[in-house]
Design a protein around this ligand. Sequence first.
Ligand code: HEM
Ligand code: MYR
Length: 416
Amino acid sequence: MVNNQNMPKEKGLDHTISLLKEGYNYIYNRKDKYHSRVFQTRIMGEKANCLIGTKEAELFYDNNKFIRKGAAPSRIQKTLFGEGGVQGLDGEKHHHRKAVFMSFMTKEMLSEVKELTEMEWERAITRNQTEEFNVYEEAKRVLTNVAMRWVGIPMQEDERELTDELDDLFEDASAIGLKHWKARMSRSKTEDWIKQLVLDIRNGKLTVDQRRPLYQFSMHRDLDGQLLEPEIVSVEVLNLIRPIVAVSVYVDFTILASIQFPKEVEKLQQGNDKQLQFFIQEVRRFYPFFPFTVARVKKGFEWNGYTFEEGTLTLLDLYGTNHDPEIWKEPDHFLPDRFKEWNGNPFDFIPQGGGEFDIGHRCAGEWMTIDILKVTLNYFVNKISYEVPQQDFTYSMNDIPSLPASRVILENIRRK
Ligand code: HEM
Ligand code: MYR
């Protein structure tokens, strides 16, 4: 049997350290080194194929060739994703579970997210009594409140403490040592708390809005007609709350972009929806956030002369594909108007995954992410004014996820 005869291989026993060192650029750097968009390396003690590019993304999202079962590293499941959730399902089971997520992404429920987001920014500005306004920290508080209300969890006025647990799940997703353990503890704590709500809803002790995800997941039945385990409901509800809070990372980069590219901000002053959309799309293309996604080869196959062996872990480079010069002119320039020309190809612009929503693993919350960011950008550009003190806006390419060093500090905020 041909054994990866043509696929370039990185020599050595393990390259996890290089992956951590080079971070978002690891796969991209080797594309240039090997002059190939497909190569093999070894990560966390096992063989791993790496892919980057449009055709390669199309291959990765072919459900006949790749599956998700057993793909995400266990430490990522113990922190970021949780165990037993939609990310690790395949085939009919995945389709059935994913449909629940997609059923929340209606025009009406997305409008509610937009209204909640603007309302929470108003509250954040009102409660801020200090000179300094830390955009990232405020965004996490704003979006925790948005997430709780939208998901349908009975809540206090302001869920400040909860923010501190939820951010551990994504800020320390790739951390090692103490931070990793803290993230695991935060996951157990938040899962237990939601599990109790599920039990209370099921035995009639707690009444919640039936249209909303907490109730819908609590009452959802699997393909065999059984209610989901309360633990699984908890994981799926957190699969909504956690990423809504994580949009704060993009909020921070959005406000950073508005400071760094003032010429582009001039185009936003009428609150024109299309221009806001182009700006947000470029933020999601340009700044580093979710580095790559993972799957396993379902059954051995040949592609472009390369052999993909059954079971092999496979990484698709999301950040790198969004910076691929074969797809994007001047990929390292921030140019929102490039999206005027973009044809909507589901495999070339993939900050939140590619392919289809319903039968693939593309991010269920992509439209919501764009909506939250558009409302936020419009609010900061057109509804408030502020000063920007000297600070350190640099961000690292090997912290995953990355953030501007100063988190973006604003001063003297007032309504326009
Ligand atoms: C999946 C990124 C926000 C819910 C994903 C995937 C990525 C991603 C890369 C995996 C794609 C794949 O493996 O093929 C992001 C980023 C976000 C974000 C960078 C910005 C914060 C959201 C929001 C929600 C959400 C706001 C929900 C309200 C999900 C779910 C999945 C997912 C449920 C699993 C889909 C599946 O396995 O079928 N996201 N996402 N995400 N995302 Fe997001
Ligand atoms: C979410 O909470 O689902 C959305 C944003 C989280 C980004 C965290 C980035 C860490 C990704 C680590 C690599 C994942 C490999 C499967």
